[in-house]
Design a protein around this ligand. Structure first.
Ligand SMILES: [Ca+2]
Ligand SMILES: [Ca+2]
Length: 289
């Protein structure tokens, strides 16, 4: 019997479930009913009522110091009707020799020439881009909420159209649960790491390419999530509790410890990489639903 008990403790899934077990009674109490601890058809209560609005002029969410995270996966929601070349996230440098250019790596939209959604990797080999070629004009700027995810592939990476990268590494790009990475420009992809200029809503090291729209439930993960995981997270357009995926950074954009006020977006992971609302982003009650 003691052997069975040890095996249970050794399972990562059992360990990562602990925070949920602790949170559920709190949620249950706040809603005035008992929440099942596990199984029984009772999903844990999860509330999403707040996002962040960025003005496209000078708003961003910044970190005070290097989050120092390996970006194996990333997930976020956006809503915009502005067709501007802009960075959703920056500061995803993956190399060691590109200096400040690493701060310009990231996820961006409306780059033109079919690059409406792309991941840019500014590394030792220069600029490498993975673009979502199936995304057409209007898909991202239709004023509706969309889910975007990136997932690092360490070897044998191919786009959905079968193009291989030079070193076998790359990132899958998902839009609303579907893989959409179709085009490569450059070949020197690497695992991205966050750098000191990690920012949401603008390019990292220059006051350029500000995003105009809403953003919600931004998370980074220390593992390459499966396609099925992304489907679960997309959840037909309704954000859910990400704790079971063990995010290494999770900004709830008003639903976290900040509770819809102040200028700090608290990291709901255990890493305390909080964000600072810079130049006037505001909380919004417009959320994916
Ligand atoms: Ca939220
Ligand atoms: Ca502003």
């Amino acid at each position: 019997m003691s052997i069975t008990f040890t095996d249970q403790l050794d399972k990562p899934s059992e360990i990562t479930a602990i925070p949920n077990q602790l949170l559920r009674p709190i949620f249950g109490a706040s809603y005035g009913f008992d929440v099942p601890v596990s199984g029984g058809g009772g999903a844990p209560a999860f509330n999403n009522v707040s996002s962040i609005s960025l003005d496209g002029t000078n708003d961003s969410i910044d970190v005070a110091s290097n989050p120092n995270l390996d970006v194996y996966s990333c997930s976020l929601w956006i809503k915009t009707s502005t067709v501007n070349f802009s960075f959703l996230l920056s500061g995803f440098g993956g190399g060691t020799g590109a200096g400040a250019y690493r701060n310009q790596s990231g996820l961006r939209i409306n780059g033109g020439s079919g690059r409406l959604l792309e991941y840019q990797d500014y590394n030792t080999g220069g600029t490498s881009r993975i673009k979502a070629g199936d995304v057409v004009s209007g898909d991202l700027t239709d004023g509706a909420w969309h889910h975007i995810a990136l997932v690092y592939v360490p070897s044998s990476y191919q786009t959905t159209t079968g193009t291989s990268s030079g070193n076998g590494q790359g990132y899958k790009i998902f839009l609303d649960g579907n893989r959409v990475d179709t085009g490569l420009n450059g070949s020197g992809f690497q695992l991205a790491t966050t750098v000191p200029e990690f920012k949401v809503g603008r390019e990292g090291d220059r006051a350029l390419y500000f995003y105009n729209g809403l953003i919600d439930e931004l998370a980074i993960f220390g593992s390459s999530l499966s396609d099925a995981n992304i489907t679960t997270i997309y959840s037909s357009g309704v954000p859910g509790d990400l704790s079971s995926f063990s995010p290494t950074l999770w900004w709830r954009m008003g639903d976290g410890t900040e509770a819809g006020s102040g200028t700090t977006i608290y990291d709901m992971s255990s890493n305390s990489n909080n964000g600072t609302l810079t130049n006037g982003p505001t909380f919004s009650t417009d959320v994916p639903s």
